[in-house]
Design a protein around this ligand. Structure first.
Ligand code: ADP
Length: 493
């Protein structure tokens, strides 16, 4: 094995403490797999007020640590727990920035106005924590715009500290649409100099763009699938940052997210009413019946049931589905089980749908992990009509649950789902290219036809889907190679 590394992962989300999406899943799972491979991976996250300290056995380790922010000092406590995989997780406990009901926004979905300050503070506090705990990181691993300032901090404000002289930085982009673009004022607050406020680094039309600065300063940058890596290098998919990613050349790569099969495997899932395997699928029928009951759908094993679990936002394509789901319902024998939260307009539309199609559509607006598991297990098909999808986790869960994904061929969805070959009866799901109603309608229709009239093919696809393995084991190995490249780059500078 290569030299064991000290890895500090810093993130605004981490499962099981705080999550809105895939970012939390990754920072919750990857460090455990790095540890299993012999590395000392640790995580730093904010101690939001909704995190249950008792339940997670989170205790204060060091009190009254302080950092310089703008012209003032901010103090915080370092709290700590060890997660189920033996990973030390540190929590930055500061009331001013993290005593909030949600991670990014208030209860009306308005972003907290001080988000750039909150996450700049998280980043500087993470490095201060290393000093206080005498943890010498080989790698500081930043995630998304929130902590993208870390590579610049290491190369500038913390450069002369012996603790960090050998530290290399990695930035993972989980979604390039969220870049952290804010008024110049927030840059001044970071303590970085005027010299780095230029278009090649942090500046973007007079404002600060945290993700852009991170891309410039990080030793290595990656995103969460190879397909999304290629897409973000184009004008259409790069959201203005394609040029900067292309300038990174080979220092920007794609690594597919793994999934945590200790949580998402129908053979041992504790959140579903019956377990099942590829060789004994009886439990899946029990799950389908339980899902139908829970969401008020008609009890029918024969009727195909399409599941949806998602943030209800335009990125995920649910505004397009809204335009054709009623055509699908009016012309096809199908049920929908929908779980999601997000845009008010989409929440209202999908929340009202069961009233219009009683017994055929069930929906729950909100966040509900138990129901997410039941939908994965109890559905026959799983729909993800995303406009773009950096990796996507639910389609990978769906494969494992033998719930065939119906997806738009984009980013990680395209990388993980093999399209149905109607001649040979091969594949693991159903794919379409265009983000429009016609394509969704046609592909759903093909999937339902296969379910109803080509059972031999459908069952073959289910089996092949369940055989797929996207565990973290392999992806964690890719991250270790990424860290090694970041360290090599750092040494040769
Ligand atoms: P993104 O990070 O863009 O939201 P991903 O597919 O990468 O999309 O990850 C989404 C994760 O969040 C999955 O684990 C999914 O099960 C979960 N999730 C999304 N919405 C909900 C919800 N309303 N209730 C429960 N889990 C949800």
């Amino acid at each position: 094995m290569a030299e064991p590394l000290n890895i500090l992962m810093v993130s605004s989300e981490c499962v099981p403490y705080a999550k809105t999406g895939g970012l939390g899943d990754v920072t919750g799972a990857l460090p455990g797999f790095l540890r299993r491979k012999g590395h000392d991976a640790r995580v730093v996250v904010p101690l939001y007020s909704f995190i249950d300290r008792k339940k997670f056995n989170i205790n204060v380790t060091v009190e009254n640590v302080s950092v310089q922010m703008g012209s003032g000092k901010i103090t915080f406590n370092i709290c700590e727990t060890i997660n189920s995989e033996g990973v030390p997780v540190y929590f930055i406990d500061n009331g001013q920035f993290f005593k909030r009901d949600n991670i990014y926004h208030d209860n009306d979905f308005n972003d907290y106005h001080d988000n750039p300050l909150r996450f700049t503070f998280l980043s500087v506090a993470a490095l201060q924590l290393c000093r206080v705990l005498s943890f010498k990181p080989d790698i500081v691993h930043a995630n998304d715009w929130h902590t993208a300032i870390l590579p610049a901090f290491l190369k500038r404000l913390f450069r002369d500290d012996p603790l960090f002289v050998d530290t290399a930085s990695v930035l993972t982009i989980h979604n390039i649409a969220y870049q952290g673009r804010y008024a110049r004022y927030y840059y001044d607050y970071t303590g970085l100099s005027e010299n780095d406020f230029i278009p090649e680094k942090f500046e973007c039309f007079g404002a600060v763009n945290f993700l852009k600065g991170g891309i410039h300063f990080a030793d290595m940058v990656n995103t969460v699938s190879k397909g999304y890596e290629s897409e973000t290098r184009t004008m259409e998919g790069g959201f203005g940052l394609d040029r900067f990613l292309n300038e990174k050349g080979e220092d920007y790569i794609g690594i597919l997210n793994g999934v945590d099969y200790s949580q998402w495997d129908p053979a041992k899932d504790t959140m579903i009413p019956a377990n099942y395997t590829m060789d004994d699928m009886k439990g899946k029928a029990v799950c389908k019946s339980a899902l139908q009951k829970q969401l008020g759908l008609e009890q029918s094993g024969e009727t195909p049931l399409i599941g949806i679990v998602s943030r209800l936002v335009e990125q995920k394509g649910f505004h397009i589905l809204a335009e054709c789901i009623e055509d699908i319902l009016n012309n096809m024998d199908v049920q929908f089980a929908i779980l999601g939260a997000g845009d008010n307009r989409l929440e209202t539309f999908y929340g009202d749908l069961p009233g219009k199609y009683p017994g055929r559509v069930g929906s729950f607006v909100g966040y509900n992990n138990d129901l997410a598991h039941l939908i994965e297990a109890g559905s026959d098909l799983f729909l993800m009509p995303s406009i773009y999808e950096p990796c996507g986790l639910n389609q990978i869960y769906s494969l494992k649950y033998g719930t065939l994904p119906v997806v738009r061929a984009t980013g990680g969805l395209n990388d993980t789902v093999e399209d149905y070959d109607q001649i040979r009866g091969e594949g693991t799901g159903f794919k379409f290219s265009e983000p429009d109603c016609r394509s969704i309608y046609k592909t759903v229709s093909l999937a339902l036809d296969t379910f109803g009239n080509r059972k031999d093919h459908f069952n073959k696809l289910v089996k092949r889907a369940m055989e797929q393995d996207f565990s973290w084991e392999e992806s964690a190995g890719e991250y270790i190679k990424l860290y090694a490249r970041a360290l090599a780059k750092k040494k040769h500078r």
